[in-house]
Ligand binder design. Structure first.
Ligand code: C2E
Ligand code: CA
Ligand code: CA
Ligand code: CA
Length: 279
């Protein structure tokens, strides 16, 4: 539909499938954000449902914009996807995660595995496996400290290619998780073929778990399904004690959400590593 912009500037955002002026400005500034050192990773803990121990974490991208402050990925990843910048940004995320893991080890900390989100475009890049191998080799980080989170929709887009790429990553020793599980359209028969070790229950199903726990049927079903296939389960977006109890009672392996911790800058996550893993 034709829309009237704030200064009377007319554009046809939907009709022409073009990005808005604001997005174009953001895209221009995003080019070069890596070189200027404006991107950073924050780390959100995943804790063992039974013990509450820190088990692993997810790396979440942030852009420290000189004027706009810290920008969440929901604002700039779509721009990065549309412009193709996501490929170089995603490559940086892999290198930075490995660099950070190595730095923590060097500082005498005992790092936990870190999960990195992959975009569909990265998965389509034939160079992905080489990039991962190089990032691991250069940092000296063990492959079992690296995990990738991929969505069902991404994997189903080009099944043959996905199977081959994921196979290579598995051979390297990297582990694989399906993100936002239950929201896409993957065929259950592919779950085993994709060699995933982890399913992440989408936040919407965790959100369904209310005080009496009567509404968590999908979450419970996903846990049972995953376990029957020998796959571990992470629940994301855990915000309440009721959700915590329900998920633990149903055997969910790991929990992630604001109830335990928000995503944190590297320095404060390192403090958590130090306290959880001292001695
Ligand atoms: P996601 O992979 O599903 O990540 C989980 C999102 O849920 C994160 O938002 C996290 O901060 C948020 N979250 C965690 N716990 C809670 C909770 O208890 N309640 C609520 N309401 N939210 C919670 P964030 O950091 O804004 O990231 C949004 C999305 O951006 C991610 O969703 C992911 O799809 C994408 N993203 C983030 N980093 C990267 C990256 O390095 N590469 C790519 N390709 N995508 C990324
Ligand atoms: Ca994720
Ligand atoms: Ca997710
Ligand atoms: Ca999500």
């Amino acid at each position: 539909a034709k829309q009237e912009g704030r200064n009377g500037f007319q554009f046809y955002a939907q009709d022409m499938n073009r990005t808005s002026l604001g997005d174009l400005l953001l895209e221009n500034q995003l080019r070069g954000a890596i070189e200027r050192g404006e991107l950073e990773l924050h780390y959100q803990p995943k804790v063992c449902a039974q013990s509450g121990q820190l088990e692993s974490a997810e790396a979440l991208l942030r852009w420290r914009h000189p004027e706009l402050g810290l920008i969440a990925p929901g604002r700039f990843i779509p721009v990065a996807e549309e412009s193709g910048l996501i490929v170089v940004i995603g490559e940086w995320v892999i290198r930075e995660t490995c660099r950070q893991l190595a730095a923590w080890s060097e500082a005498g900390l005992n790092p936990v595995p870190i999960a990195v989100n992959l975009s569909a475009q990265q998965l389509c890049q034939p160079e992905l496996t080489t990039q991962v191998a190089q990032a691991l080799a250069k940092s000296g980080v063990s492959a079992n400290l690296l995990e990738f989170e991929l969505t069902e929709t991404m994997l189903m887009r080009d099944i043959d290619r996905s199977l081959s790429t994921l196979g290579h990553l598995r051979e390297m020793g990297v582990s694989l998780a399906i993100d936002d599980f239950g929201t896409g359209y993957s065929s259950l028969s592919y779950l085993q073929q994709f060699q995933v070790q982890v399913l992440k229950i989408d936040r919407s199903f965790v959100n369904d778990i209310r005080v009496r726990g009567a509404d968590g049927k999908i979450a419970a079903a996903i846990i049972a399904l995953a376990h029957s296939l020998g796959i571990k389960v992470v629940a994301e977006g855990v915000e309440t004690e009721a959700q915590h109890r329900f998920l633990t009672r149903h055997g969910c392996d790991l929990l992630q959400g604001y109830l335990f911790s928000r995503p944190q800058p590297a320095a404060s996550f390192a403090q958590q590593l130090a306290t959880q893993h001292s001695g």
